[in-house]
Design a protein. Structure first.
Length: 278
């Protein structure tokens, strides 16, 4: 059983609550949608699932229905007691906390986990990036985000949405938009369409060699996309010399959006430290 629109409105009314605009709260009120998300996440008995921003528990219940072991995280202390009353009876563990500040190693341990979440616009990108960087036990993610954010997470070189965050995701994982979600399945109804993005961590590690300094690579990426309309020989002029472009096999006339993560990796490997001042 999951929550219908009537169930969500009843819970909010009973507890004198309203969705927080500041937190970007839009609760899913369509049982078919949450079951679809659980199905696309590919979880079932034996899987450990962590859900961020569980809200009132509609998606949480759908995840529990699969037989997976579910931990639901919610930062809004107003919602936590209601969430507990809805999902703890079906065996879900509820944790009150901010996903951007949690001790993930203590929460998840070493075993593989799957993240499933309906993420508000203001935290989606930093949270996905932080989890990819710092929580290797999360092997797979299925996130529902604003459509434009989803397109950036999954974009490929040459796509209009391709940017620094696309390179960050591609460094660690394979990402794909696997579905769309209309505004009408939320309460309150947002003004934007949502996308479902599946992110699978690369089993063999980063897309570039371990000899490439990650911080330096993403410094180059940030500089390139910081002036994305310029050719790389201009946007990276202070960081990359002509000989490095040649050694990496990268055209200096190219723009940042043309380079794949492996291209950026070669460029970083050929300029492992900032060039000395002339």
């Amino acid at each position: 059983m999951t929550l219908s629109g009537a169930d969500v409105r009843r819970l909010l009314d009973q507890h004198g609550l309203a969705p927080s605009r500041a937190r970007g709260q839009n609760f899913v009120v369509d049982p078919n949608t949450v079951r679809r998300i659980a199905r696309l996440a590919g979880v079932g008995p034996g899987d450990r699932v962590v859900e961020i921003g569980a809200g009132l528990g509609s998606l949480t219940l759908a995840l529990a229905e699969t037989g997976a072991s579910v931990t639901a995280i919610e930062v809004d202390r107003r919602l936590v007691p209601v969430l507990r009353s809805v999902v703890e009876p079906v065996g879900v563990t509820v944790v009150e906390g901010d996903a951007l500040r949690l001790d993930w190693s203590s929460l998840l341990g070493e075993g593989p986990s799957v993240l499933v979440a309906n993420l508000p616009y203001n935290v989606a990108t930093p949270l996905v990036a932080d989890l990819l960087d710092g929580v290797p036990s999360i092997r797979r993610m299925l996130v529902m985000v604003q459509r434009e954010v989803g397109e950036r997470l999954a974009a490929r070189p040459g796509d209009d949405a391709y940017g620094a965050v696309s390179v960050k995701v591609a460094y660690w994982a394979e990402a794909k938009v696997v579905g769309r979600v209309p505004p009408t399945v939320f309460h309150p109804v947002p003004n934007v369409e949502s996308a479902l993005v599946r992110i699978d961590r690369r089993p063999s590690g980063p897309a570039v060699g371990v000899d490439v300094d990650r911080a330096w690579l993403f410094r180059l990426v940030a500089a390139g996309f910081g002036q994305r309309r310029k050719m790389l020989r201009r946007s990276l002029a202070a960081l990359v010399g002509p000989e490095a472009f040649a050694a990496a096999g990268i055209r200096p006339e190219a723009r940042a959006e043309e380079l794949s993560v492996t291209d950026w990796g070669r460029l970083a490997a050929c300029t492992s430290s900032p060039p000395s001042p002339s």
